[in-house]
Design a protein around this ligand. Structure first.
Ligand SMILES: Cc1cc2nc3c(=O)[nH]c(=O)nc-3n(C[C@H](O)[C@H](O)[C@H](O)COP(=O)(O)OP(=O)(O)OC[C@H]3O[C@@H](n4cnc5c(N)ncnc54)[C@H](O)[C@@H]3O)c2cc1C
Ligand code: SF4
Length: 564
């Protein structure tokens, strides 16, 4: 490292942070955070009251870190911006056809639509780029007076020293890889709010800490997750079926491994294709990235991409625990909203409508509190609105789908969850609520129980390797900064994970961040290529020792997704 450009600050205390005061601080400019911001300002205008709202976003711009399918249920958008169609929301492609296939190695079976519970229908839903929708929501929020700061991760929770959250601090800039301050060091800002809403999406780094700090999950089942990998393709015009939504399950995953694919046709010859692997898988040799590549070679899938061009790649974890895994949502001074709390409807593969609704409810609760002169207490009415409103009505009927899949495998689990969803369509009290059991970090079995999987080599036309995929994600981090993937004990990967699980981080990471390499004496060494990280959070979830902590890197680092 260049000593001239670095201040060897030794143990000196960092300078005091400057503080900015707001009524409401929001962490994360996804659907949940932006909806909360918009609703606060709408209410402020209705009541002729001035309410200051700030949104922090770790991506270099709004949407840069958003990755979703996405077929959206417009219920959230209808509630937030009833005139969204006339106001030019990038939500134009209505679903025209809905297909569900069960894949076998060389054949497929189409499931009849009438067998599907009505709640699974995509009639009236829209195919969108969620990244573009958040960009549009951000414009709306700014027009209403919301301050949005992209490139500013919230790195620290600020408390009053007792039990209330008073805001967050943005990350410091200009710290070298060795942890020392460089000459360009800039201290992060403290943002204080009467209430702070955490809208970080699945496995938010501060949300995870809040759940621990306030024991928010003591009365619920463990949260469950999946990793979703996605590519965006520009396909040949004759292969494009605007409005077609297709989902598959089965091959290439075995019956014990949950997951499946999505393929959505929209826009200008665009096809969003993705593959989700449930993170409760057992085989440490499983490699979600290569499963996705292999899936595209199926005869029912590959023709769509003939003559097409891949233009985007990325990955992101999604929550799968559903109703029984929702933690307590509030704590003194703030609340969890969106997928940071986990409002994803797993069988419908939809979470954005509930993220928007939760943002609206939290905003309404915070606005009432501010109007009556409160601050720093619990927004209890928000929790009630979630538990007794449309989010509950969406999630309760499907609450057993995930546990049934986990217990009985894909085939029998799908049949049973279909029956359960039909029963729950009649009344949610007809079946008991099933438990999830283990957290995803505890489901791997020893590598000795399995044989390594020999994945086919990529052809560079339909299937690709990780480096060329990463190039399309646009991911980028300043190299001279502390590694943001923090190991609690640096010895665990080689000492514990390698002999027992063949160090699965080498495979579950969709960006090739983790490698086991040989040092100069031929001994294995765990290498972290942090600059490749696409912020999917899978390592933080799946590491069997829970030894990897995903923390926010320097501002603006991470993927630069366009239209994902
Ligand atoms: C592969 C995949 C497919 C999906 N398909 C669908 C679908 O078809 N339909 C559907 O409705 N839903 C779908 N979902 C789910 C949907 O994407 C989520 O429900 C939705 O994005 C949740 O919104 P959110 O605002 O809670 O979080 P996110 O959309 O994850 O947004 C969180 C934002 O907060 C930012 N952030 C996080 N931490 C910090 C921090 N500490 N400081 C500053 N900023 C931070 C992030 O950069 C991001 O911009 C899918 C998800 C995945 C992964
Ligand atoms: S390092 Fe972790 S968060 Fe980053 S891409 Fe890999 S698994 Fe995802």
């Amino acid at each position: 490292m260049d000593n001239n450009t670095q201040e060897r600050a030794g143990g000196t205390e960092p300078p005091e942070r400057e503080t900015m005061e707001f009524d409401v601080v929001i962490v994360g400019a996804g659907p949940a955070g932006l909806s909360a911001a918009i609703r606060l300002k709408q209410l402020a205008a209705e009541h002729a009251k001035d309410v200051s709202v700030v949104v922090l976003e770790k991506g270099s711009e709004v949407g840069a870190h958003i990755l979703s399918g996405a077929v959206i249920d417009p219920a959230g958008l209808n509630a937030l911006v009833p005139g969204w169609k006339e106001e030019g929301a990038p939500v134009t492609q209505e679903v025209t056809a809905d297909r569900f296939l069960y894949l076998r190695p060389n054949s497929s079976i189409k499931l009849a639509n009438f067998l599907m519970p009505p709640l699974m229908s995509n009639h009236g839903n829209y195919i969108v780029s969620l990244g573009n929708l958040t960009r549009w929501l951000a414009e709306k929020a700014e027009a209403l007076g919301v301050e949005i700061y992209p490139g500013f991760p919230a790195a620290e929770i600020l408390t009053d020293g007792e039990d209330a959250v008073i805001g967050v601090a943005t990350g410091d800039l200009g710290i070298g890889r060795d942890g020392k301050r460089k000459t360009e060091f800039t201290r992060g800002m403290a943002l204080h709010g009467k209430y702070t809403l955490f809208a970080e999406g699945a496995r938010g780094s501060l949300s995870k800490k809040l759940i621990r700090m306030f024991d928010l999950d003591v009365d619920c089942e463990p949260q469950k997750f999946g990793i979703g990998l996605k590519e965006l393709w520009e396909v040949a015009p004759e292969r494009h079926r605007p409005g077609l939504v297709q989902h598959t399950m089965g091959w290439p995953l075995d019956n014990k491994t949950g997951g499946g694919s999505f393929m959505y046709h929209y826009g200008d010859n665009l096809v969003a294709v993705g593959f989700v692997v449930h993170l409760n898988y057992e085989n440490p040799y499983l490699h979600p990235f290569w499963e996705f590549q292999r899936f595209k070679t199926h005869p029912a899938i590959s023709p769509t991409f003939e003559g097409g061009r891949r233009i985007g790649y990325g990955a992101r974890a999604l929550t799968e625990g559903g109703w029984q895994s929702i933690p307590k949502l509030t704590f003194p001074g703030g609340a969890l909203i969106g997928c940071g709390a986990g409002f994803m409807n797993v069988p419908r593969i939809k979470g954005s409508h509930n993220a928007i609704l939760s943002g609206i409810f939290a905003a309404e609760s915070a606005f009432d509190a501010i109007l009556s002169g409160r601050s720093g207490d619990e927004l209890e009415s928000y929790g009630e609105m979630v538990r007794n409103g449309p989010i509950a009505r969406d999630l309760k009927p499907v609450r057993n789908a995930k546990p049934l899949l986990s217990r009985y495998g894909t085939l029998m689990g799908t049949i049973l969850s279909g029956v359960d969803m039909w029963l729950n369509t009649a009344s949610t009290s007809l079946s008991p609520t099933l438990k999830h059991g283990k957290a995803d970090c505890a489901t791997l079995k020893p590598a000795a129980d399995f044989a390594p999987i020999d994945y086919p080599k990529p052809d560079g036309k339909l299937t690709f390797d990780i480096p060329s995929s990463l190039f399309l994600s646009g991911t980028n981090h300043e190299e001279d900064q502390p590694v943001h993937l923090v190991l609690t004990d640096p010895n665990v990967p080689i000492r514990d994970n390698l002999p027992v699980y063949a160090e699965p981080a080498q495979r579950y990471c969709p960006a090739g961040v983790y490698e086991v390499v040989s040092d100069s004496e031929g001994n294995p060494r765990f290498q972290i290529n942090a600059q490749n990280c696409v912020h999917c959070k899978t390592c933080d979830i799946k590491d069997p020792a829970q030894n990897i902590n995903w923390t926010t890197p320097e501002g603006g680092g991470g993927p630069n997704y366009a239209g994902m």
